[in-house]
Design a protein around this ligand. Structure first.
Ligand code: SF4
Length: 726
């Protein structure tokens, strides 16, 4: 195929010798694009293509999906179990038998010596729902530690918490089709073109055809903000003030949907009294958005036939992330914008299967959105798993972000990391390093041997990745989709489910435990235990999912093709069936810029990388676009500090410092800088270290920093290169 002008530098894309196409779902973000992986006659994956009749992506893929076939052959795959007596010694290759026996005996030793909860387990958003379910059964039903969580606490916990507080359950109520139906779209702290490019394309396509207003709330002039009708460059950390002020105007001007409020909510009195204090004049002094714009946006939103809000980490990763989500839900409840076409609160989820872990991993409770705190839920699952109900704790244990302080304090002595890399993803990297050194036993289960956390491991389990096995992911709009097996895992790498089932055998101790041996068996258990629940899978089969290119739960006899929107009848999951309007006072615990640290630091993502670059850092066609950490700084600020484009600068916070390249751009305000979150030992060194009180999600998004020019540019370049060579 030829591109370019006829006689000038044509680009040739080689024809790929595809023998067969295998159905899959993208393993990066939660957009959930359907794709097919092309396999040649030797069984090698050689290309990918979007599936044209899949409603999610309609044939399209973003850059990461296009090159996803390369992940199978990426560098430093784990191909054999590894073991060592002490960290930092050389690993020895060993058999699965030895690695599993050693790990099981260390878990038992630690639990016997220090108590059942002294061994912690942290998982991921990357494995299949069947594997999450099986892991939950192993942890809750067999090993029996309560200190078990997923790394989704770093990403979506505030959305989960906010949905539970407002609606009585987790579960995003809307869908992508809402873009086609809405009359007004509010996007808060969400840069779709870089984070979720195909959702962006769905949204942009709908705007181009129907011209509804797009309002973007973001301190930075992101790609999404550049195409907005109204951009609100809110002062970092004050989104709650803005949302309360919007509600204030709506109530003051009588623009609310009083019939919906009366029929489907409780808490209106306290809520209306609270937002009465957030008049636009007062609010504008805190959130930095002028009073007329606040009034204008509130009127636009409330008068639209239907209006929807989307958000991502700009809301979630904050000391009041859960309150921010509830405030969005408040806005949609008072305007009657829940469960109707184009009217919704839609959190844009992170990892490809962050939803699967929320539904069935048992991290925050028991599978199928059941709670450890509810006697009937404990009784149901213990009967189904054929175990003693008293084995379950009666409330959930520590979140991931509390597990590390518990290691510091000596409460936790052992750790199993599954597809997660806290050395890069947690706040305050230096502190996490010291914490990891304190553990008596660490096992890392990952597809790559070079994830930074492996440095602290005593055992390494090589896991099969993505389409080296078969199973389901759930996307942002509750759509369960399928990945078929495309290639064999390398060497001795095994599926996560195989590893969990082998570990379960080592804990049987005379008990007969019914444990799934395949993902298909686990899927059958999920179907059975989810029957009648909000996340009902009982009507799903692998064949049906593939044929329909994904189906949105609940899917059952009554709704054999799934359900697009939750709460269409106005009945919520709280015991009285009503949603909660919750009064949310703004508590200012921001670290504001001052003379010593005069810049706001904001963090975010770039389109070519995925989270901690574990995968995308190894794909040449992705990594080449941003191989090294950089910072966006306003040209006026750069001039004041005598910083030239692409010079190294030192970014210093009250916690630590990082060296990055400077990129001059008007996208950031003169008193702000932006650094992508993907790089090891970089932006997370600087972060606040504070958590949301409800979700325990970290406040990665904003803090105060100082910027200093680095005098010895050459030394900085060499140090940077050494730190980032894979
Ligand atoms: Fe994959 Fe997300 Fe890109 Fe779709 S938008 S191809 S799911 S990374």
């Amino acid at each position: 195929m030829l591109f370019g002008r006829k006689h000038k530098n044509p680009i040739t894309i080689a024809t790929k010798p595809v023998d067969k196409w295998v159905y899959a779902t993208c393993g990066y973000c939660s957009t959930g694009c359907s794709m097919e992986v092309g396999v040649d006659q030797t069984g090698k994956a050689v290309t990918t293509r979007g599936v044209a009749d899949a409603d999610v992506n309609r044939g399209k893929l973003c850059l990461k999906g296009i090159f996803e076939f390369e992940v199978f052959r990426s560098a430093n795959r784990g191909t054999a179990p590894l073991i060592r007596e002490r960290t930092f010694e050389h690993f020895q290759t060993t058999s699965w038998e030895t690695a599993l026996d050693k790990t099981a005996s260390e878990i038992k030793r630690i639990q016997q010596k220090y108590g059942r909860d002294s061994f912690a387990i942290i998982s991921t958003g990357q494995i299949y729902t069947e594997e999450f379910y099986t892991l939950g059964k192993l942890v809750r039903g067999i090993i029996g530690t309560n200190n078990y969580d997923g790394n989704t606490t770093l990403c979506m916990a505030s959305a989960v918490s906010g949905y539970k507080r407002s609606f009585g359950s987790d579960g995003p109520p809307g869908c992508y089709d809402d873009f086609e139906q809405t009359d007004c779209l509010l996007a808060i702290g969400s840069n779709l073109p870089e984070q979720h490019p195909i959702i962006y394309w769905r949204m942009k396509d709908a705007i181009d055809r129907r011209k509804f207003p797009l309002i973007v709330v973001d301190p930075r002039v992101t790609m999404l903000a550049q195409m907005a009708n109204i951009h609100l460059p809110v002062t970092p950390g004050t989104d709650l003030v803005l949302l309360n002020a919007l509600a204030h105007v709506i109530l003051k001007e009588g623009l609310e949907d009083r019939a919906y409020i009366n029929a489907h909510t409780t808490g209106f009195e306290a809520f209306s009294q609270l937002v009465a204090q957030y008049d636009p004049v007062t609010a504008s002094k805190i959130c930095g958005i002028d009073e007329d714009t606040i009034r204008n946006v509130a009127r636009l939103y409330a008068k639209a036939q239907s209006a929807m809000t989307i958000w991502t980490m700009g809301i979630n990763q904050s000391t009041h992330g859960s309150d921010g989500v509830v405030a969005i839900n408040n806005l949609n409840l008072i305007t009657g914008n829940i469960g109707k076409p184009g009217g919704t609160s839609l959190s844009i989820t992170g990892q490809c299967n962050a939803m699967g872990t929320r539904e069935f991993s048992s991290c925050s409770g028991l599978p199928g959105y059941r709670l450890l705190e509810k006697e009937e839920d404990r009784a149901f699952i213990s009967r189904y798993w054929e175990m003693e109900e008293s084995f379950f704790p009666e409330k959930r244990g520590l979140f991931q972000t509390d597990i590390f302080p518990a290691i510091e304090s000596g409460q936790i002595k052992g750790l199993w990391l599954i597809g997660t890399n806290p050395m890069t993803s947690m706040q305050q990297t230096a502190r996490i390093k010291k914490t990891m050194e304190k553990l008596e036993f660490v096992v890392v289960q990952d597809v790559y041997t070079d994830v930074e956390s492996t440095k602290y491991a005593h055992a390494f389990f090589p896991a099969a990745m993505w389409a080296e096995k078969e199973g389901c992911f759930t996307n942002t709009e509750r759509r369960v989709n399928l990945v078929r097996k495309v290639v064999e895992p390398p060497g001795e790498a095994k599926s996560d489910l195989w590893i969990f089932s082998q570990m379960a055998k080592r804990f049987e101790a005379g008990r007969k435990i019914k444990f799934p041996q395949t993902n298909a068996e686990a899927f059958e258990e999920i179907r059975e235990i989810s029957r009648g629940r909000l996340c009902d899978y009982s009507g799903l089969t692998y064949e049906k999912i593939e044929a329909r290119r994904g189906i949105q739960w609940p899917c059952n006899e009554a709704n054999p093709n799934g359900v697009s929107r939750l709460y269409q009848d106005g009945r919520f999951q709280h015991p009285d069936g009503k949603a909660r309007l919750i009064a949310l006072p703004f508590i200012d615990n921001n670290e504001w810029p001052d003379e010593q640290y005069p810049f706001w630091l904001n963090t975010g993502r770039v389109v070519e990388h995925w989270h901690t670059r574990t995968k995308t850092g190894k794909i040449g066609n992705l990594n080449k676009f941003s191989p090294t950490p950089y910072m966006e700084i306003n040209p006026a600020a750069a001039e004041r500090l005598n910083i030239k484009p692409m010079e190294y600068v030192r970014v210093v916070s009250r916690r630590s410092m990082a060296i990055v390249l400077a990129q001059l751009t008007q996208r950031v305000a003169p008193n702000a800088v932006f650094i992508p979150m993907h790089y090891y030992d970089c932006v997370n060194r600087l972060a606040l270290g504070l958590l949301d009180p409800y979700s325990r999600q970290p406040a990665y998004k904003q803090c105060a920093v100082n910027i200093q020019k680095v005098e010895n540019q050459e030394a900085a370049a060499i140090a940077n290169l050494q730190a980032r060579t894979y």
